[in-house]
Design a protein around this ligand. Structure first.
Ligand code: IPE
Ligand code: IPE
Ligand code: MG
Length: 247
């Protein structure tokens, strides 16, 4: 079956988010060091980004490094940061060729300077691209994102720049890292784990969640297409009844 051509282009998720998980286990299965798995995951990122752009996904957000991931051994954190730098350098041409804009969410000011520099440079050099926005979640944590928004709103209210009644869902959304993006329609997590791990808590309020057994380095665009077909078979009721949706 041709998965790609089975996808209904009129019912695409606007925003797909992915928790890329299982790199370490993938490496361990082969008797290799965890970092071998992270290296292997780069190919999956490339293939998935390409696949998402091909079918017309507008926003793809990938969880690359969480606020909790700093607690890993220093050797692994350093290797992940080095991998980020080399991947950013390697992918710039492809991003521009495919008309993809790079964006990031999370507190990037805490990343090593060389990561910050390369990230800012690729973001700047792809800023006019319009086919798809690829967002990397780097030093991202949803609870901290929400707290930052609360603090900023609270301080405006305290200074009388804002009335309490002006604090709406849309105002709150505008104070998140994802301010210029629609909410997530489809969240995919690989490696069989069925948890959210502090990712986009507000933005996934009504997302469809799809958990895939494959480990991230084995994930390819066909797995994305399969997840999207699966998404298209779901009835998104948003609180209504099935009869209301299909009169
Ligand atoms: C996901 O794979 C990549 C990152 C979190 C950076 P893991 O490194 O979490 O791999 P497992 O879950 O230990 O197998
Ligand atoms: C979530 O994966 C973070 C990323 C994919 C970057 P983890 O492997 O860190 O999540 P937990 O610790 O298993 O929940
Ligand atoms: Mg993991």
């Amino acid at each position: 079956m041709d998965l790609k051509n089975s996808i209904d282009k009129n019912n695409l998720p606007k925003h797909v988010a992915i928790i890329m998980d299982g790199n370490g286990r993938w490496a361990k299965k082969q008797g290799k060091l965890r970092i071998f798995g992270h290296n292997g995951g780069v190919k999956s990122v490339r293939d998935t980004v390409e696949g998402a752009a091909e079918i017309g996904i507008k926003y793809l957000t990938m969880y690359a490094f969480s606020t909790e991931n700093w607690n890993r051994p220093k050797l692994e954190v350093d290797a992940l940061m080095a991998l980020l730098v080399s991947s950013l350098k390697d992918e710039l041409t492809t991003l521009n060729k495919n008309n993809i804009k790079l964006n990031s969410i999370g507190d990037t000011s805490k990343l090593p300077l060389r990561v910050q520099k390369n990230l800012a440079s690729v973001i700047d050099q792809t800023k006019n691209n319009s086919r798809m926005t690829l967002t990397l979640a780097l030093n991202y944590g949803s609870k901290s994102e929400i707290l930052t928004a609360v603090k900023s709103i609270a301080s405006k209210a305290k200074n009388n720049e804002l009335n309490i009644d002006d604090i709406t869902e849309s105002l709150f959304s505008e104070n998140l890292y994802t301010s210029n993006m629609p909410d997530v329609d489809l969240l995919i997590r690989t490696s069989g784990e069925t948890r959210i791990s502090n990712f986009l808590l507000w933005q996934i309020a009504y997302a469809e969640l799809i958990f895939i057994e494959k480990l991230w380095p084995d994930f390819r665009k066909d797995d994305l297409f399969e997840a999207i077909l699966n998404y298209q078979n779901k009835e998104r009721r948003f609180g209504k009844t099935s009869e209301q949706l299909n009169p």
